[in-house]
Design a protein around this ligand. Structure first.
Ligand code: MN
Length: 206
């Protein structure tokens, strides 16, 4: 009884979506969210719990599991599921209903210092997300005091490279295929113009 209780406490949980499943429509439909959050994201969390049960990683914080398993070939399955669990929570928070628009002043100033303009930053974010061959992520990060746009493949993320992520866009096909089919540029421009959560990025900058 006490064992069962302890185990349940250490399980990683699928965090609730920060908005209703139809709140990003038409940028991202409830149909996409139902699969992306309800199936894909949930599967990463469930798989992680199964993979770490009874191992040294059971009860460890998600970020710690990620940094402890990064780059270790024999821990790739744990890393992939832990990183994808983390990436997806970060992605949901990187979006919001009626997003886009102007970043908050402190972030805007930082963007202008690194990219010249918010438009240039958005263009680089879209171009980088487009240039990711196959599955992966595009990120706005803080790296050595400057803002940068970077991309990562599959489950990989800036945390393992000493960079602080501010926001991300999922460019795995499951993120856009139901709504946009192969039109990744249309997904990216809709997300960047209408759903990106600059407030979340600004909070991560603090
Ligand atoms: Mn995804």
């Amino acid at each position: 009884m006490s064992n069962a209780k302890t185990e349940s406490v250490t399980l990683h949980l699928l965090p609730p979506l920060p908005y209703a499943d139809n709140a990003l429509d038409p940028v991202i439909s409830a149909h996409t969210i139902s699969f992306h959050y309800g199936k894909h994201h949930k599967a990463y969390v469930d798989n992680l719990n199964k993979l770490i049960a009874g191992t040294e990683f059971a009860g460890m914080k998600l970020e710690k599991i990620i940094t402890e398993t990064a780059g270790k070939a024999d821990k790739a399955a744990i890393f992939n599921n832990a990183a994808q669990a983390w990436n997806h929570t970060f992605y949901w928070n990187s979006l919001k209903p009626n997003g886009g628009g102007e970043p908050p002043a402190a972030l805007k100033q930082k963007i202008e210092a690194s990219f010249i303009s918010v438009d240039a930053c958005k263009k680089e974010l879209a171009a980088t997300a487009m240039s990711q061959f196959g599955s992966g992520w595009a990120w706005l990060v803080l790296d050595g005091g400057k803002l940068k746009v970077v991309k990562t493949s599959n489950a990989d993320l800036p945390l393992t490279k000493g960079m602080k992520p501010l926001l991300t866009i999922d460019v795995w096909e499951h993120a856009y295929y139901l709504d946009y089919q192969n039109r990744r540029p249309d997904y990216l421009s809709a997300v960047i113009e209408k759903a990106i959560n600059w407030n979340f990025a600004a909070d991560n900058l603090k």
